[in-house]
Write a protein that binds this ligand. Sequence first.
Ligand code: MSP
Length: 515
Amino acid sequence: MSKTFFITTAIDYTNGAPHIGHAYEKVLTDAIAHHRRLRGEPVFFMTGVDQHGQKVQQSAAKQGIEPAEFVAGITELFVALWKKLDIRYDAWAATVEDLHKHCVQGMLQRLWDEGKFYKATQSGHYSVRQEQFLTEKERGPDGEFGPEWGEVVLIEEENYYFKLAEHRQWLLDLIDQRSAAGNPLVVPDFRVAELRNAVEKLAGDLCISRPKSRLTWGIELPFDRDFVTYVWFDALSNYISFAGYDAAPGADLSLFKSRWPAVHVIGKDILAPPHGIYWLIMLHALGFTDEEMPTLLVHGWWNIAGAKMSKSLGNIVDPSELVDRYGRAATRYYLLSDIATGRDADFSNERLEQRYNTELANSLGNLLNRTLNMAKRYRSGVLKKSDSPLAEFVQEKTKAWDSAMEAFHVQTAIEALMEIVIRCNAYVEETAPWKLAKDPAQADKLDEVLYSLSESLRIVSILLLPILPEESNAMRAQLNWSGEPTLANTAWGLLPDAHQLGDPVPLFPRIEVPA
Ligand code: MSP
């Protein structure tokens, strides 16, 4: 049995409603997980919500409700959205759960017992919004702390610190070793340098506590009940707490080890320092070996007309509304096809409409429909197994699709799939089955064309599964092929002789765009 492919997404903050950035990350991960399942690999896909911290406490207070009630409401929005987008995750990590709290406390206790923390006093300017002390570097050209820091107050505080800086060289070596071994710690590899530069600059340690006098909505330090732990320490730990980890010496870690290490899917904003520095060093301090370090798959951002989505700009795109307006297929397809993994992209309704209408409604939907219609009209939907001039091309593109998916380049994989569709449509024009049907001498040729198209569509349906699972199944239902959708079953020629095709049902109705 091969090792479980363990893939997680960043757990989403529950201090605001989900937007298309959140939706993209989930759809991307869902597609990658489906691809691994198609290959027959055991998959464990975990996602969830990050529910503690100062911002949540403040948002709840503003609404005059308890933080627990506040996060429960926002969590519901996320859960409903993942259902609406058909995200098939295997485990749900919600950081208010007891299992998580116990695990995090176990980790904290162990690191404390092993001398990895120390207590110290810090005084200075503190940003309430960003929950961090500010240094001189953070002052703007006018000498003031900019509006991005929100309210800045002078405080003096005792806290616990995690010895980060002493692991700097270890982390630099790890980054270099993983790159040299062709297994970069950060994917796509153009982000490796970004992390390396951040690690080079690593000087201080990490404050991992907050006094309860200003933050109660968090996990208590087991060795000092006057403090809760810093939200990043809490949140990052979800990747192991919900996967069966236990920091207690001698704990049974067999289930956990069958999953670990993970691929963490995160946005570029949380690579350095949280995942690329804090998290890796936390794992290292807990005794995880270099071989047990995760891989960080870092995606780019969806922007709106080149600008960041933000509440203040009022340009936040609600993915749930998008699904209501255009459907799930159009939404998933757009989010996966119009961005290259790792790069940023600009969101636009026009591009969504255009890609859906051109690629799904016109190219793929039409190909399926005309193939089934012609087969029905000329052969009562019964195929004759024949050699095909398309076989080699389809197999080549299937391989390209698989390699692209393996490298997490979903956009490139979709291009390979669409090349098959485009080739098939051109083949229909070249062979003109409606003319062949009029000439009894061309009966074999007509059978060859109908088999080639149906078999190509069967394979395309499997390649489409990670992108649009529901439509992929619907395609196979129309083709009346009940075999398993697996990568092995993308081999050419699995539609048997005398196969009876099903009835055509329009699959991708056009989005009508008002003129
Ligand atoms: N709660 C932290 C993550 C903790 S992981 C242990 C967090 N939450 S978030 O809600 O702000 O962001 C969740 C994910 O969405 C992050 O990976 C983030 O990079 C991603 N995105 C947020 N805005 C985005 C876009 N505009 N576009 C694409 N992804 C973006 O960070």
